[in-house]
Design a protein around this ligand. Structure first.
Ligand code: ADP
Length: 502
């Protein structure tokens, strides 16, 4: 099916009526459609086929069949890499069009979605190169034996994706899963189902064998849950809320599926008085408010050493007030709306809790003037937040920042670690010894010194504590998509000791 066929207008709204299973575009048996709302207008902008239990069964069967075919049996690792490279090339070719769809679906400004798609292609390229670097090892158990390990694909991977960065999160799973020789089923979030279908189209164009990539838009509790209990799925790779991860872990325990989870954070951004404050301010603002706060890695708790606290807080608030919130398709826009009505309500609830807690509102808190429709909210900064309050402990997933003072290094570390999350942290100081001490002491999967957002395909990424299990990115993450098999070959001429001979 080509792209135009996928876009049949129904009642003036573009519709994606089919899902991608076993290399074919199939209309789900249930005939239901998911309505996707444009968060800037609050109107349905597209309808997407909803996968039900039958489609889950079909997709798992197709993926299992692919694991019996040439993909698993004859393709070399380098050939798998070539497919991924081609996939990346096609993604770059279509970046502008897909970015447009993603901005309508998700509400991020075009420059952000374009940037993410270009990065997603970089990620695929990295894993393309990683495919033929996935080695087992030879283990010197005995001189007269050959012992070695093989890194084999796990089998069928269900990738359950979030709505905040749909294409990026898909690439983070697609790249290593295919490089390691698995088949994959992408289940995009119901709020943002469109871009994953585009990946299905590109997988087809890249010539991947049928069933290696399948795309099932559908609801979490239906298609998502069915994938996590399905006996034919070997691994679940999930990004989303930790409470959903908890459910998935329970569901997946029935067949002991392998699971990797990336579940958000409440990341501390620690600014010591000797830091380069101009730089910390610029990076802090970007780290706090990019993606309208809808990123698991945003710097949502900003700790500032007391002598510079007031100055830093008021400069931060002034800059936050100047951020241009608006329509994502407008090139002038800095940040768009929240992706859904639910997320807007959640953000507003936390603003209310912040006010009730007695924290000092120093920027935002309301709806941006002039934007009457759409899930818009002002970049919001609370100062003097207590670290044990909801605002400092719970993930808002909106542009709401908690700012807190601290006196010394020990207190900064203790406040930073007093959290159930542990995804990213930043330390800002000119003192190299202190930077290393704090980097070692903070409980987080990624610590940035005098920078932020150092997420890179070469760096392992994932969380301590409630922030997740396992790591994505880097060659290490390839291992998370493999089973290790030890092979032991006896090369000796010795007769075996016969314990039962007499
Ligand atoms: P949020 O609460 O922010 O929407 P979720 O963690 O619920 O985030 O969603 C992330 C992904 O998990 C989405 O693709 C969603 O459809 C899926 N999901 C939600 N509930 C379940 C579930 N019970 N089993 C499997 N997947 C689920």
């Amino acid at each position: 099916m080509n792209n135009e066929e996928m876009r049949l207008p129904i009642e003036g709204v573009q519709t994606f009526e089919k899902v991608f299973i076993g290399g074919e575009w199939i209309a789900p048996r249930g005939g239901r459609l998911i309505e996707s709302i444009d968060p800037a207008t609050e109107e349905v902008w597209t309808r997407v086929a909803e996968s039900g239990l039958e489609e889950v069964d079909l997709a798992v069967a197709a993926a299992r069949q692919a694991m019996q075919g040439p993909w698993a049996r004859y393709f070399t690792a380098s050939q798998r890499g070539e497919y991924l490279r081609r996939f990346a090339l096609l993604l770059r070719r279509d970046a502008e069009r897909i970015a447009h769809l993603e901005s309508r679906d998700n509400g991020k400004p075009l420059h952000d979605t374009e940037g993410e798609i270009s990065k997603a292609a970089d990620w695929l390229d990295f894993f393309a190169g990683g495919a033929d670097k996935l080695n087992g090892s030879q283990i010197p158990v005995r001189p007269d034996a050959l012992a070695f390990t093989r890194r084999e694909p796990i089998g069928v991977v269900a990738a359950i994706l979030p709505w905040n960065s749909p294409i990026m999160m898909a690439a983070w799973k697609l790249g290593p899963a295919l490089a390691a020789g698995n088949a994959i089923i992408l289940k995009p979030a119901e709020q943002t189902p469109v871009s994953a279908l585009q990946l299905g189209r590109l997988a087809q164009e890249a010539g991947l064998p049928p069933g290696v990539v399948n795309v099932l838009p559908g609801y979490g509790p239906v298609a998502g849950a069915a994938l996590t209990t399905h006996p034919g799925v070997n691994k679940v790779a999930f990004t989303g809320d930790w409470r959903t991860a908890q459910k998935i872990m329970q569901a997946a325990s029935g067949s002991l599926k392998r699971c990797t989870f990336e579940c958000g954070g409440k990341s501390p951004f620690i600014v010591f008085e000797d830091a380069d404050l101009d730089k910390a301010l610029v990076v802090g603002l970007n780290s706090a408010f990019r993606s309208t706060g809808q990123s698991c890695s945003i710097a949502s708790r900003i700790f500032v050493q007391r002598p510079i606290y007031e100055r830093f807080a008021s400069a931060f608030a002034e800059r936050a007030k100047a951020i241009r919130v608006g329509n994502p398709l407008d090139a002038h826009t800095h940040i768009g709306p929240q992706t859904s009505a639910d997320q807007l309500a959640k953000t507003q609830r936390y603003i209310g809790l912040g006010l009730e807690s007695g924290a000092r509102l120093i920027a935002g808190g309301g709806r941006p003037p002039g934007l009457d429709r759409g899930y818009f909210v002002e970049p919001t900064v609370f100062a003097d937040v207590r670290n044990d309050s909801c605002l400092a402990q719970e993930e808002v997933f909106g542009p709401v920042i908690a700012m807190l003072p601290f006196d010394d290094e020990a207190e900064a570390v203790s406040l930073a670690n007093d959290s159930n999350y542990g995804l990213v942290a930043a330390v800002w100081t000119q003192d190299i010894k202190r930077a290393h001490r704090v980097a070692a002491a903070v409980e987080a999967g990624l610590v940035c010194v005098n920078t932020y957002g150092a997420t890179h395909w070469m760096l392992p990424y994932g969380g301590f504590k409630l922030s997740g299990i396992g790591r994505e990115n880097s060659l290490e993450s390839l291992l998370e998509y493999t089973e290790v098999k030890s092979v032991f070959v006896d090369l000796s001429d010795q007769r075996p000791a016969d314990r039962f001979a007499d």
